[in-house]
Write a new protein. Sequence first.
Length: 752
Amino acid sequence: MAGLLSFFLGFSWHVHWGRSGLDAWLPAALQGLDLTVDGSVVSLPRTTEFGTQYHFRIQESDLGFTGKVLLNDYEADEGEIRAGQRRKMQVRMKRPHGVANPGGYDREANLLRQGVLATGYVRKILSSEESKGPSLLALRQYLLKRMSLYTAESEVGGLLVALVLGLADQIDPAHADLFSNTGTSHLFVISGLHVGLVAGVFYWLAGLCLRPFTGLSFFLPRQKQAMLFAMLAATLYAGLAGFTLPTVRALVMSIALMAVYLIGRKLPIFLRWLIALAAVLSLDPLASVSKGFWFSFIAVAALMLLIDGSQRALRPDSESAEAQEQDYWRWKIPHVALTLRLLISSQLNVFIALSLPLLFWGLPVSLLAPVINLIAIPVLGFVVVPLCLLFALLAGLENNLAAPVFLLAEYLLESLVWGLQRIESWDLGQMALLDLKLTSENSVPWLFAAIGLCLQLYPVLGMTRWLGVPLLMPLLWSVPEQNVSPLRVNVLDVGQGLAVLVRTSEHNLIYDTGNGRDTGYSAGRAIIGPALGSMGISELDMVVVSHGDTDHSGGLSGLLAVVPAKFIAAADDVKISSQPVANCHELEDWMWDGVEFSFLETAFIEGSRNNNSCVLQARYGDLAVLIPGDVEKEAEYQLLSRYGVGLQSTLLIAPHHGSKTSSTYPFLKTVKPVQAVFTAGYDNRFNHPAEEIRLRYKALGISTYTTSDTGMLSFELGNDAGEGAAKRLRGDWAFDDALGFRKAQPRYWRCL
């Protein structure tokens, strides 16, 4: 009964929290308007390739809107914006929104968790003044400034900053891939591991320091006094990291587990775990949308089960106490051996427990991870992190000892990275990287696998661990799904940009790679790569880059870093150094699995990147998809002149995102699409798709969809199992927009 009541209380709290958060979002009537706001900077400003980004708390505005918002200042000089700074500005904002694709980052959920009510940009600074008095935020910015004097030129400087201040965006993307492939990502981003290690170190230090003060034990046992110091140290470390959502989760989980011990109640291990879980979800009801939440609690559960089963063996009984005193080493050696066995078993247990969630989310599993972590965790937790914290303290105090401490910490971090790079490059390291793409959408294989892993970790009713192995087999049979249709098209939601996945039964092609830069954000890495992984695609047969504009080509390097491609075709203004690129205008037609692919030619138009886009048509029988890139009316007329009725296609990816310069009436009349997709960002500054273009499609009876409204769209052409998809695309049936990701995967924070 108590459990049922707790569930309903938690459910009611989540509903109230979510409703309150959504109700506080920027009213739709204020979206796109210029607001005069007065408030303060409440985060460390982050420099991006587009400007400076920071959280700002609006305390007053001319239209009555207040709250925490996320702003970009595209014209701010470096160092101009400082934490705690009071500012009066003219801003333009919109409601929280993000892209919606399988396997990707849910920006809307994350903004809701952070209490961000709107996003926008600064149009004009009216006044600003520095903050008065000390604050945690000002301290963090001061430490970042002081540490940057040493870390700016270091290859591992970003790692050092991330370990002290929790700024994960400082980590180089190449390092992030390395850590993912070696199963060590959790080591370099402040998590429950780091908070727990800091708490453990200070618990041990406090125990040593309190030992002479025996009188204090009259009020509270020394172990509990030390635990209070450990909780304080963990809180200070989380504060230094900015009390970000992951660090708060780790802190609450650690404090909840320690608090159970402090109150002196001997609770079952599962109940202690549930208390920590409830505490985290009470503070952050949407924590469960984060992969880190599940990784943390599953790992802690695995460790708690192991420790619970080992406590009796490590704790001597009363009859052996006298024998231990008489023959110390006879008892001590087995005790040490059992402790070492426990350390090794802990890594194996965590590895087994996390392997299933990693595979579920399409992430690689390194079979060498237990061995690597057995060495890396003590080195990082007990040597590197304390050195990094000491360096931050000395740098903040402007002490000359900061330099040698930094050099030592840098050397150790470089050694760790070097070791991981060597392991990754070895044949053994490559063979040990389990990168299965399990795409089964049926929950039954995953359920059996979960039961099997539980038996591996905690055998019950006398059953051996090996009985759990057969339960894993159904999941291993869940190989990447074969395409039901001869031709499948997925139009990804990459914001203001383009990325289209064209699939046949045995081949995969990506047309354009979304926005991005070689350094910094990349839609290829952040959006397309995870989406491909969730579909079971680990390699591409071809990547086509229509032209050199960054909203089409910017994500290429990021995509190739996570998903290799056998062949790249592009317009002649696209250059990459990593592998050869064929000119799409010079390629002949080819056939994949009964689907004919053609690059349609247009005469070169001087000074127009858009009109020189690669135009791709994929045809299966009388069904076809036409992807014209950013061509405008000049190129459209050339296509009409050269190909005429050959342009007819069932599905059209609208040229140039639906701009006024494209989608001419003769072009649409000739192509005769049943469906068309506008790939445009939410409330974008170009006003794509243009209203007159949208009306033109409507007047011609063409159904249109915009990726910012629907999320990723999926189309099937030529279904061998039946003519349903073909009829739907011919117009005999209305298009079912449940194929849009937002409707296929509904979430309450995406419904507004």
